[in-house]
Design a protein around this ligand. Sequence first.
Ligand SMILES: *Cc1c(COP(=O)(O)O)cnc(C)c1O
Length: 216
Amino acid sequence: MIKENIEKILKELPPGVELVAAAKGRSVGQIEEAIEAGITLIGENYIKEAEAKFILLGSKLKWHLIGHLQKNKVKTAVKIFDMIETLDSIELGEALDLECKKINKIMPVLIEVNSASEPQKYGVLPENVEGFVREILRFDNLKLMGLMTMGPKVSAEGKVRPFFKKTKEVFDKIKNAYEDRLSWDYLSMGMSDTYKAAIAEGANIVRVGTAIFGRG
Ligand SMILES: *Cc1c(COP(=O)(O)O)cnc(C)c1O
């Protein structure tokens, strides 16, 4: 099933849109199946889980962190990941920069946007993203490349679209303001139920779990 699911999704994706297989809770065997079907990018939420899988699959994939990163896990995270999609505080940026300096790595990062301004959610509020960018620019070992958003958990695909649209507006604003200073290339939005809407609103990274690996 995994193979068929991936082939179907890859066939539908417009050129230039990258598929991240969201693999939290999935086994190494399942991920190997996904690799055989053409997956090259994996998204993990938890450092411990990612570390265990990285030992077995490391070089076969590019690794994206798509879950919240705690500061005490930064040291391990910078060794594993090729991109941190969930930069959500200056303090975290500072910690990432410091650990990257120690291992001589430039880390691509996306800023997580709390696009529906939900109080319980991680992420930078849309109206604060521009100021946030300015502060992150001083960290030499972070390569700021774009935005990521989850959007609110809603039942209908159409209900999430305004929040994708809003994130794209913020994305474009930063792009225009920092064209000469940043490789502002990535907008990561959309999951199994919403990736088509996200692409229509300008996403070029989609993070898909259930539609690849099935439920549970
Ligand atoms: C789990 C997860 C996904 C994928 O969700 P599905 O609905 O299973 O496709 C995408 N993004 C993040 C941040 C996730 O934690």
